[in-house]
Design a protein around this ligand. Structure first.
Ligand code: HEC
Length: 135
């Protein structure tokens, strides 16, 4: 009985560390932009996709990050897979496909129309530099 409580307490104490290890520990410029997309005029399928996107892509960093990043559709395809393969991403293949389809539509119909308002994605080296400067 007491042993079980001790194990539970130890697990609870190590949880924040575990969560921190999974989450992004850097602020990218795009994180400070808007954290919503007005999808009221999007097709019904993309409106459903938006919900999956908001639900799944805000686990480790703010949803503002992908909302304010521009990439081409093939880059989004690769990027969603990359995010899915991060430990504990919790994104299934089917959800990844839905999210990719939303991002590709949103890229073409929102971001492309005002491309200068958005941030191109950073390279891993640029992210590492930012991390070093923020710590
Ligand atoms: C398991 C944690 C996790 C999940 C879930 C996750 N991300 Fe990320 N994301 C990261 C990490 C880590 C980085 C790299 C930068 C950093 O360390 O903050 C990142 C970076 C990004 C970037 C910045 C790209 C750049 O180079 O500027 C975008 C865009 C992005 N993620 C989109 C998404 C999308 C879209 C989803 C949902 C499909 C998603 N993320 C889900 C952890 C995650």
């Amino acid at each position: 009985m007491y042993k079980a409580i001790r194990i539970l307490a130890a697990a609870a104490l190590s949880l924040p560390l575990f969560v921190a290890a999974q989450s992004s520990n850097v602020n990218l410029p795009q994180d400070k932009g808007p954290d919503k997309v007005d999808v009221s005029k999007y097709p019904a399928e993309q409106q459903k996709g938006y919900k999956v996107f908001v639900d799944k892509c805000a686990k480790c960093h703010t949803i503002a990050r992908p909302i304010n990043t521009t990439m081409t559709a093939p880059e989004w395809s690769r990027y969603v897979k990359r995010m899915m393969h991060k430990p504990n991403s919790g994104i299934s293949d089917a959800q990844g496909k839905t999210i990719y389809e939303f991002l590709a539509y949103d890229q073409e119909n929102r971001k492309e129309k005002n491309i200068k308002a958005f941030f191109p994605s950073l390279s891993d080296e640029e992210i590492e530099k930012l991390k070093a400067s923020q710590h």
